[in-house]
Every structure is written in structure tokens, then in C-alpha cells.
Design a protein around this ligand. Structure first.
Ligand code: B12
Length: 183
């Protein structure tokens, strides 16, 4: 069975906005966690806002009212179980991409062999640009992720048993193939 770490990154909030909403529980990630556990995998969840709910960090290049709610990126990386082979990150809002790109880079720097996958609303629309801008990102799951993620973990387990290096995607001249949206 695979060992999986699932991450809800810090929520980027604009506290000066009239439509300001604070973090809410990451429902999509909870579904993904449930199917991974039901399939027998070992799951660690790091909920950055939930695990440090009183803390707001100013965003690196923010305009003044942008804050990242919860654990900082280094604190999230510190909590990742080093025995995990797969890291799944949920990514709902497109304005969080700069922070999530930093998170992916920091995870890759600490854990060069972990397979990093991002799912959620943003990769569903924006996967091509994310893969282009973040060479450390291995895979985007598009649309509802339950079935795809379970298949991906099964493939990871099989690859480990076969002692294969590449588990999840077809690779040709370093170009990833888009494999379509699950209906
Ligand atoms: C509920 C909701 C909210 C809630 C809560 C959001 C939250 N943090 O959970 C509230 C009211 C807070 C909210 C606020 C905002 N929202 Co809103 N919201 C939604 C809504 C209606 C549903 C999201 C949801 O809970 N879906 C149900 C869960 C179960 O699905 P899911 O998270 O997508 O997860 C599934 C897949 O995505 C995938 N998946 C997800 N994570 C992962 C991870 C892995 C590893 C894998 C494999 C798969 C995977 O599998 C999951 C299960 O199938 C969507 C529209 C929609 N119909 O989806 C808009 C939507 C997400 N919101 C949107 C926007 C723009 C906003 C605001 C910026 C509005 C504003 N101007 O203030 C704010 C931002 C809040 C902030 N951070 O400051 C846009 C985001 C566009 C984008 N990508 O940037 C959406 C898409 C609506 C739209 N079409 O415009 N929102």
C-alpha cells in the first residue's frame, strides 16, 4: 500500500475585500482522503489553516491586505511524513497558485523522490500552465478526483512492486501527455 500525504495549503485571503471569506474545511480533500483510506493506503492530512487557525502571514509580494492563513509553507513541509511516496495538494482558487508553486518547489527540494500531484478547481482549468511553470509538479488530476486518485495510487503500488522508476504517466522526450478529462 502507498503512504500518502494530503495537503490543504494556507488559504490566501484578502482581508480588505468586501467579499472576504476565511478558510473553511477542505471538503474535496476529505473525499480524496476517504477513498485513499478505504483502498487501504496510509494517509496523513496536513490542513494548514486548520492546524494554525489564529495565524495570518503577510503574502511575500502582496499588496498589503493579502495574507496566508494557517501554517507557513516551511511549517507545512516540516510536517510531511518523510516515508510518504505521494503528496497530494488541493488547489481551489487560482490566486493561490504563486504560493502553491512555492510549496511544490519546497517539497521537491526536501523530498526529491516524492510524487507530487495537485487536484481541484484550478488544475482542472489551468493544468497546462501549472505543469509549464512548475517543473517540480508531476501530475494534475482534473475534475472530480476520487476514481482517478485511487487508480493513481494503485499504479504507484504496482510500480513499487515492479521496482519501476516511473509510475503514472507516459513520457516521451520529456513531454507529458494530456490524458483527458474523466467523464
Ligand atoms: C463552496 C465554495 C466557496 C466557499 C468555500 C470554499 C472553500 N474554501 O472550500 C466560499 C464561500 C468560502 C467561497 C469563497 C470564494 N470563492 Co468559491 N466556490 C465554492 C464552490 C461553489 C464549491 C466548492 C466545493 O466545495 N466543491 C465541492 C468539493 C467536494 O469539490 P472540490 O473541492 O472541487 O474537490 C473535488 C475535485 O476538485 C478534486 N480535488 C480537490 N482537491 C484535490 C486534491 C487531490 C490530491 C486530488 C487528486 C483531487 C482533488 O476531487 C474532489 C472530489 O471530487 C465553487 C464552485 C463549484 N461548483 O465547485 C466556487 C469556486 C471555487 N469559488 C470561486 C471563487 C472565485 C471564490 C472567491 C475568490 C470569491 C470572491 N471574489 O471572494 C472566494 C475566495 C475565498 C478566499 N479564499 O478568500 C471560484 C474559483 C475560481 C478559481 N479557480 O480561482 C469557483 C470555482 C466558482 C466560480 N466558477 O467562479 N467559495
Amino acid at each position: 500500500m502507498a503512504r500518502v500525504t494530503l495537503i490543504k495549503p494556507p488559504t490566501v485571503v484578502n482581508m480588505g475585500s468586501l467579499s472576504f471569506n476565511n478558510s473553511v474545511p477542505p471538503l474535496g480533500l476529505a473525499y480524496i482522503s476517504a477513498i485513499a483510506k478505504a483502498a487501504g493506503h496510509t494517509v496523513q492530512v496536513i490542513d494548514a489553516p486548520g492546524e494554525d487557525i489564529e495565524t495570518f502571514h503577510p503574502v511575500r509580494d502582496g499588496s498589503g491586505s493579502l495574507f496566508a492563513h494557517g501554517l507557513s509553507v516551511p511549517e507545512v513541509v516540516d510536517r510531511i511524513d518523510p516515508s510518504s511516496t505521494v503528496v497530494g495538494i488541493t488547489h481551489m482558487f487560482v490566486h493561490e497558485w504563486p504560493l502553491i508553486k512555492d510549496l511544490i518547489g519546497s517539497i521537491r527540494a526536501r523530498h526529491p523522490r516524492m510524487f507530487i500531484v495537485v487536484g481541484g478547481e484550478t488544475p482542472t482549468a489551468f493544468w497546462w500552465r501549472m505543469l509549464d511553470e512548475s517543473p517540480e509538479l508531476d501530475c494534475c488530476v482534473l475534475g472530480e478526483g476520487e476514481v482517478t486518485f485511487e487508480e493513481l495510487l494503485a499504479e504507484q503500488r504496482q510500480a513499487a512492486e515492479d521496482q519501476r522508476e516511473e509510475a503514472f504517466f507516459d513520457e516521451d522526450d520529456d513531454q507529458l501527455f494530456f490524458q483527458g478529462v474523466r467523464a
